[in-house]
Design a protein around this ligand. Structure first.
Ligand code: ADP
Ligand code: ASP
Ligand code: MG
Length: 408
């Protein structure tokens, strides 16, 4: 008998009929003899709806209260799924994050899981229950409700699978697995049967939202057996692997894009040791994650620093940077939230030259201007104007031969 953690995303539990279909799938898995823990998201659109309601009553909703509100979306679906399971004759119990002791830090809106006490879940499983757990939420040391960031139910599932030492964690979503690019943007994108955890991590952190980045980090750290599959179609989906195969890897595994970043530039700061720290320190102190950073020195000996942050941290970052500019006597601060980041990812990059030049040529051929470039061992990212996002993704997918008929 295996222990399986299944996670169903927003579209998969998007209405009552779909919740009943999920119940049927869970029952079928249970009949195969497995113990089941099921993590669910809120119905699709619900987290957005709750967020806009919060902004209708308050310009800057207190983060603690926002988490209390947002966590209700998942409380609805755990109750409905448990009811559907019981109605179909399957013993099931719903649990909120705090009931299963998903302990997090206190960073509301992007809390990190510190630990999970699996005892309660194990006791329910021993009594033959299917345990249905609310994704995306936890509780801090003072019993405040926290949420794990958008897409956080993936992380709940992987963390739960790790805590319970499950045999597999299955992320059921609205596409058949992980593709070479977002299949909604690139129709000829190819389903990957497997992908290394490293590549998945780079893809996720570059915008491939089929898995939340933290869920992949978690999976990598604890080697959680992890698979992404469709809730609507039968199929093996995509397996996340922890070892590179001996078969030669394709150079590039996938293309990712992200349109939720904004760019800030501070110009004309006297160039001296500590300047980068003086500029980026206050941003980091405000728990704002900085992504790409570029610093260069002008002919007059002053430094310019450009960096990107998440769009929802843009206003706050602008405020901080303006204060910094005044303090350091900078010439100006410029902001631009009309950007996109497009990345190519592949472990084959380590052993093949020429990937960057191919990428830049392909973008140039489409007349797309590159504003910033950043690289890691297995990834190259560029910042371009937002309106070119889809064109850039399609051009790169084609240039690297990732399509169905030209599969490497
Ligand atoms: P869920 O609600 O199930 O958590 P998400 O919307 O968070 O689902 O993630 C699934 C979506 O991720 C897909 O509908 C797809 O458009 C998008 N996506 C982006 N890039 C990829 C990719 N490379 N492979 C698969 N899906 C991708
Ligand atoms: N409901 C949350 C969101 O929409 C968490 C999730 O779906 O994973 O981001
Ligand atoms: Mg998701």
């Amino acid at each position: 008998m295996a222990l399986i953690v299944e996670k169903y995303g927003g579209t998969s539990v998007g209405d009552i009929d779909r919740i009943k279909t999920v119940a049927d799938k869970v029952i079928a898995a249970k009949k195969r003899g497995d113990d089941l823990v099921v993590v669910v998201s809120a119905m699709s659109g619900e987290t957005n709806r709750l967020t806009s309601m919060a902004h209708e009553v308050s310009e800057v909703p207190p983060a603690r209260e926002l988490d209390v509100l947002l966590s209700t979306g998942e409380q609805v679906t755990i109750a409905l799924l448990s009811m559907a399971l019981n109605a179909k004759g399957c013993k099931a119990r719903s649990c909120t994050g705090s009931q299963v002791h998903i302990r997090t830090d206190s960073v509301h809106g992007k809390a990190r899981i510190l630990d999970i006490d699996g005892a309660r879940v194990r006791a329910d499983l021993a009594n033959d229950y299917v345990v249905v757990i609310a994704g995306f939420q936890g509780v801090d040391e003072e019993q405040n409700i926290t949420t794990l960031g958008r897409g956080g139910s993936d992380t709940t599932a992987v963390a739960m699978a790790s805590a319970l030492q499950a045999d597999e964690c299955r992320i059921y979503t609205d596409v058949e697995g992980v593709y070479t690019a977002d299949p909604r943007v690139v129709p000829e994108a190819r389903l990957l049967r497997q992908i290394t955890v490293e590549e998945m991590l780079e893809l996720a952190s570059s915008g491939t939202k089929v898995l939340q980045t933290r869920s992949v980090e978690f999976a990598g750290k604890y080697k959680v057996p992890l698979r992404v599959l469709s809730s609507f179609e039968e199929g093996p989906g995509t397996l996340i692997t922890y070892e590179e195969t001996s078969v030669e890897q394709p150079k590039i595994s996938g293309i990712a894009y992200q349109t939720d970043e904004a760019k800030l530039t501070i110009r004309g700061v006297p160039d001296q040791p500590g300047v980068a720290y003086q500029i980026l320190g206050p941003v980091s102190d405000a728990h704002i994650n900085v992504d790409i950073i570029i610093q260069n020195v002008s002919a007059d000996g002053t430094a310019n620093v450009t960096f990107t942050v998440q769009k929802n941290d843009y206003a706050k970052s602008m405020e901080i940077l303006n204060e910094t500019a005044e303090r350091l006597g900078a010439v100006e601060v410029i902001g631009d939230d009309n950007i996109a980041k497009v990345s190519v990812v592949g472990v084959g990059m380590r052993s093949h030259a020429g990937i960057a030049s191919k990428m830049f040529k392909s973008l140039a051929d489409e007349g797309i201007n590159i504003q910033m470039i950043s690289t890691s061992e297995i990834k190259i990212s560029v910042i371009v104007e937002n309106k070119y996002t889809e064109l850039a993704v399609r051009a790169l997918h084609h240039a690297f031969g990732l399509g169905k008929e030209r599969a490497a």
